[in-house]
Design a binder for this molecule. Structure first.
Ligand SMILES: Cc1cc2nc3c(=O)[nH]c(=O)nc-3n(C[C@H](O)[C@H](O)[C@H](O)COP(=O)(O)OP(=O)(O)OC[C@H]3O[C@@H](n4cnc5c(N)ncnc54)[C@H](O)[C@@H]3O)c2cc1C
Length: 477
């Protein structure tokens, strides 16, 4: 408080981290004066679900995170479509493109990332679109209406989701990926190869180890892409999914330490200025810049505590990646390379059925895993990985659900209350059980109370399973 006046908090960026911080702050304190600037004109939305927009399973309104009216009802000054253009740390004010000068007591940078657009000829043509925002998604859909063939540049999580979505709309799709195998940041080469076969079966062609050199254009419209070996692929839509870069221009210009992201301490505070914080994809903590939503939301909750006088500390996040593309089951976490002499690696592969499973164990702890084609033990592995818990002696049960009696099966019945069911929102089975005991019988009721299922949505079946099992228990009693 400034002489009794409410603390003024200004948040730059109203994406998944910034919007979550606003609601976490309001849930804790009704007096702080909160202003949030969002360069996008949309109400904050769940970026993770953009791929559902591409497949046609969702529309823009379906993926909204905060309802219109919420800001007024909660006395939050939300400036949508307003970009912050500068920060004066001495005067403690921010400047926005609408000409306003807004004072702060605490400033939070939640500016996220921007897609990497390689500096190559032709990539400014009509029909070349990045994949990051609702506007991008709508542009892709508009082009997809008339396009017959598409090239997706980048065979990571985003690129594959885009490719799958476009193939589902009947386009001929080729993914061009510079590394030697798909999803090389999460998978080993063998898993990448199995994945390549699987998506080929779903109508998506792939060229790995291939570098784009230019886009071909005619009258300002893209007609194809050229690769470093001279191959030309015709395309009337090119989707760029070749990486993201944290948005740090404001922080740099304000003289804050920026490496890959804005460097913050355990209180998510800039290492240079105790009145400036950073969260989400623009922040760098202990050398890590995270590119998934779970860490962004974890950081938002911790910072809300810090900004309301709590003593929470951020200690880093453990990452679990799931691919959300129809017809492909994939979960990956931690170290997935070959490991070293000290690592124990247990693997099963059946390429013709598109199955590849691997766990990497070090000092009797699960340090990495890949489940491709069949993810029945994903919940169990996530739980063991998250909690750095000792492993059962029989390793097979880690790969195949129910195979080993010694292994706790990945079913609602046997997972412990402490197990995390929703990774994005860090919701345990125990919290879901508590909701059920308090009367919640539908997934939507549990979601309203805990936010489980509202991130990537990958835990929906598990939550449904737990509720169904609790219902059945009640009937038996
Ligand atoms: C298609 C797609 C699929 C994804 N799938 C998954 C997934 O399955 N699982 C997962 O965990 N993650 C996924 N992600 C990643 C996830 O969306 C991000 O990790 C998350 O959005 C990061 O949140 P953020 O708030 O840091 O950044 P963002 O959500 O990008 O928000 C940053 C916001 O800040 C705004 N901004 C920037 N500069 C300014 C300024 N100067 N003034 C005002 N506003 C500004 C931007 O316009 C943007 O709206 C996916 C991302 C995409 C694009």
């Amino acid at each position: 408080m400034r002489g009794g006046a409410p603390v003024r908090i200004v948040i730059v960026g109203n994406g998944m981290a910034g919007s979550r911080l606003v609601s976490e702050l309001r849930a804790r304190d009704r007096n702080q004066r909160i202003t949030v600037f969002g360069a996008e004109a949309w109400q904050p939305y769940n970026r993770v679900l953009l791929s559902s927009m591409l497949t046609g399973a969702a529309r823009a309104g379906d993926i909204r995170l905060i309802d219109p009216g919420w800001y007024t009802a909660n006395d939050v000054d939300a400036r949508l479509g307003a970009e912050v253009t500068g920060i004066d740390r001495e005067r403690k004010v921010v400047f926005s493109a609408d000409g306003d000068v807004t004072p702060y007591d605490r400033l939070v940078l939640a500016t996220g990332s921007a897609p990497v657009v390689p500096p190559l000829p032709g990539l400014d043509a009509d029909g070349v679109v990045a994949f990051r925002t609702i506007d991008d998604c709508q542009a892709i859909l508009r082009h997809a209406e008339t396009a017959r063939s598409a090239v997706v540049v980048g065979g990571g999580l985003l690129g594959l989701e885009a490719a799958r979505g476009l193939a589902g709309r009947g386009l001929r799709v080729t993914v061009v990926h510079v590394a030697g195998h798909l999803m090389d940041r999460q998978l080993d080469a063998e898993a990448g190869d199995v994945l390549q076969r699987t998506i080929a079966g779903l109508g998506v062609g792939t060229l790995v180890g291939a570098r784009l050199t230019a886009a071909h254009t005619e009258h300002g419209r893209v007609t194809g892409v050229e690769l470093d070996d001279g191959t030309v692929l015709p395309a009337d839509l090119v989707v760029l999914a070749c990486g993201v870069r944290p948005v740090t221009g404001l922080a740099r210009a304000a003289g804050l330490t920026v490496d890959r992201g804005v460097v913050v301490d355990d209180r998510l505070r800039s290492v240079d200025d105790p009145f400036v914080h950073a969260i989400g994809e623009c922040a760098q903590h202990q050398g890590n810049v995270y590119g998934l939503v779970a860490p962004a939301w974890e950081q938002a909750a911790i910072l809300a505590d810090v900004l309301t006088g709590g003593d929470a500390r951020y200690t880093g996040s453990r990452l679990v990646t799931r691919l959300k593309a129809a017809g492909i089951e994939l979960a990956a976490m931690g170290e997935t390379g070959l490991g070293d002499d000290e690592a124990e690696v247990v693997r099963f592969t059946d390429p013709t059925r598109g199955t590849y499973k691997k766990v990497v164990i070090r000092g009797d702890r699960l340090v990495g895993a890949i489940l491709l084609g069949e993810t029945g033990t994903a919940g169990l592995l996530t739980q063991l990985y998250d909690r750095v818990a000792p492993l059962p002696a029989d390793r097979l049960g880690l790969l195949f659900p129910g195979l080993s009696a010694a292994t706790p099966a990945d079913t609602p019945v046997r997972i412990p209350d402490a197990a995390t069911v929703c990774d994005c929102n860090n919701v345990t089975k125990g919290r879901i059980r508590a909701c059920w005991e308090a009367g919640a019988r539908e997934v939507s009721a549990v979601a309203a109370q805990t936010r489980a299922t509202t991130g990537c949505g990958g835990c929906r079946d598990a939550v449904e399973g737990i509720l169904g099992w609790l219902d059945a228990q009640e009937t038996v009693r």
